[in-house]
Design a protein around this ligand. Structure first.
Ligand code: GDP
Length: 476
């Protein structure tokens, strides 16, 4: 990793001359330019096709937002005259990780379907992230309802809409398309909601000017089941790193968060020969001593943490020249980091390595919607993403964002929280990106044809596979 003092680059997929002016007007958004210096070097490069799509999108976004009364248009369910503008309004649901993965999914959906991405004015994430689009804003105006407010109306639930569409089809009557619709794609999705991934439903959705995208899930792997989307994704992301490229473009933490990241990075990580990130999700807020053993067992099995020497014959020497390893432990509970500190404080290591442990915060429990708490969470996701090796908790979207942005296949705990340390304690995942939990699988798409649908989602396409040791599917 190059330190900031060595090199500041304007990354190819980020730089836009218009941005400098825009940023002066609001905040510097240092992370937009600097974060790329901290992610470990990799072969992932944005394709020229994706860069073209971004530049076109930025213009489209500006044209469809500037000079238009979006509140009035939304009220009436119409779009600016003589334009092709359509909108997708992302509404937040659940924790920071959930929000970030669904936001990236909504953005990719907008790129593929020609929809402008707007963020609900109620979203806390607006205070966490910089505005991504030059000379424009992604914030929907005050007064535009949150998806949860629209969702109450049955006709604005898309599964109901799909049913109506079906009935109309069999009656031979024309389909009446609503002007607003909530597409619900959370991980507590209903079977009918999954028809979002059918071609017929997408054709219908295409006619609706204002979609509300309400999700806590990373649904992007499911886009591959739609042939038109799949063609685009394969063109834009030949390396299949869609979360990495779209996420690194879209998600830039605001200066307050970024400063925190930098302070920790330079204090604890910059000097290290090797950086290890360990994400221990404490689901119930309690400390589990077995998980402390589980962490060590995983770290030792794959050589992520140094092996202990026989302490009786081992004397500490400050000139041993061993590897300096920095470990970032993110958890709601400080005991997990303390456990690692104790192990390496009380024992020498075979290769004379030294281990520095950083536990940036230990909030105890999840605090929905508290801005300082959320800032800590996001800064920790970014710190994790700057490490070379990541151990993560299965099914945690907090971890998903970190290894997804890093482009690193994480080591995922096996049977996490199961009351014992299993063998193997963890395995390297088969993909770096997040998983789509409760995905379409062996389902019919009646609008496409009586026997059409999505088959065995784990094998039907070369791009999509079951996430190892986790629920769901991801892109390989
Ligand atoms: P998930 O529930 O693990 O899928 O991840 P989310 O990020 O969606 O929700 C968990 C929330 O709990 C986070 O957004 C934080 O608010 C909090 N949280 C969980 N783990 C940590 C942690 O390691 N550090 C911090 N600062 N907050 C955490």
């Amino acid at each position: 990793v190059l330190g900031l003092k060595d090199k500041i680059i304007l990354p190819a997929n980020q730089y836009h001359p218009a941005m400098a002016k825009e940023e002066n007007m609001q905040s510097k958004c240092r992370s937009r330019y600097e974060q790329h210096c901290f992610w470990q070097a990799s072969d992932y490069k944005p394709s020229p096709e994706f860069l073209d799509v971004l530049r076109e999108y930025e213009k489209y976004h500006r044209d469809c937002v500037q000079g238009h009364d979006l509140l009035d248009l939304n009220d009436r369910g119409s779009v600016p005259k003589n334009t092709s503008c359509k909108y997708v309004i992302w509404s937040d649901m659940d924790g920071n990780g959930n929000q970030l993965i669904s936001l990236v999914s909504a953005f990719l959906y907008g790129l593929m379907t020609g929809r402008v991405l707007l963020m609900t004015p109620k979203a806390q994430l607006q205070y966490m992230l910089c505005e991504p689009f030059p000379f424009s804003s992604w914030l929907a105006p005050e007064g535009i309802p949150h998806a949860s407010e629209r969702y109450e109306t049955p006709e604005e639930r898309h599964s109901v809409f799909y049913e109506q569409a079906l009935q109309n089809k069999s009656d031979g009557k024309p389909i009446v398309t609503p002007k607003h619709l909530v597409v619900m794609n959370s991980h507590w999705i209903q079977p009918d909601d999954l028809r979002f991934f059918c071609q017929g439903e997408q054709k219908l959705l295409d006619q609706i000017p204002w979609l509300y995208f309400w999700s806590n899930n990373y649904i992007a792997p499911g886009y591959y089941f739609l042939p038109n989307f799949r063609t685009k994704l394969n063109k834009w992301f030949p390396d299949r790193a869609l979360f990495l490229h779209a996420g690194r473009y879209l998600l830039s933490p605001r200066d307050e968060i970024w400063e925190r990241v930098l302070r920790f990075y330079y204090a604890y990580l910059d000097f290290a020969d090797r950086r290890v990130g360990i994400q221990v999700r404490s689901w119930d807020g309690n400390y589990d001593p077995v998980i402390s053993e589980h962490i060590m067992s995983c770290g030792w099995r794959w050589g992520l943490l140094p092996k202990l020497a026989d302490t009786k014959s081992e004397e500490f020497r400050d000139d041993s020249g061993g590897e300096r390893i920095s470990v970032v432990v993110t958890s709601l509970r400080r005991e997990y980091a303390e456990g690692i500190v104790e192990v390496f404080a009380n024992n020498g290591t075979v290769g004379h390595e030294t281990v520095t442990v950083l536990n940036p915060s230990s909030e105890g429990y999840q605090m929905f919607g508290q801005i300082d708490h959320d800032r800590k969470a996001i800064s920790e996701i970014w710190l994790l993403s700057f490490t070379e090796q990541i151990i993560s908790t299965p099914k945690s979207t907090f971890g998903y964002v970190a290894h997804g942005l890093a482009g690193r296949k994480p080591f995922v705990f096996n049977k996490f929280g199961g009351g014992e340390v299993p063998d193997p304690p963890c395995l390297e995942s088969n993909m770096p990106g997040p998983c789509f939990i409760n995905h379409p699988h062996n389902m019919l798409c009646p609008l496409d044809g009586p026997s059409d649908g999505i088959g065995d989602s784990f094998t039907v396409l070369p791009e999509v596979r079951h996430c190892l040791l986790q629920w769901g599917i991801g892109v390989v």
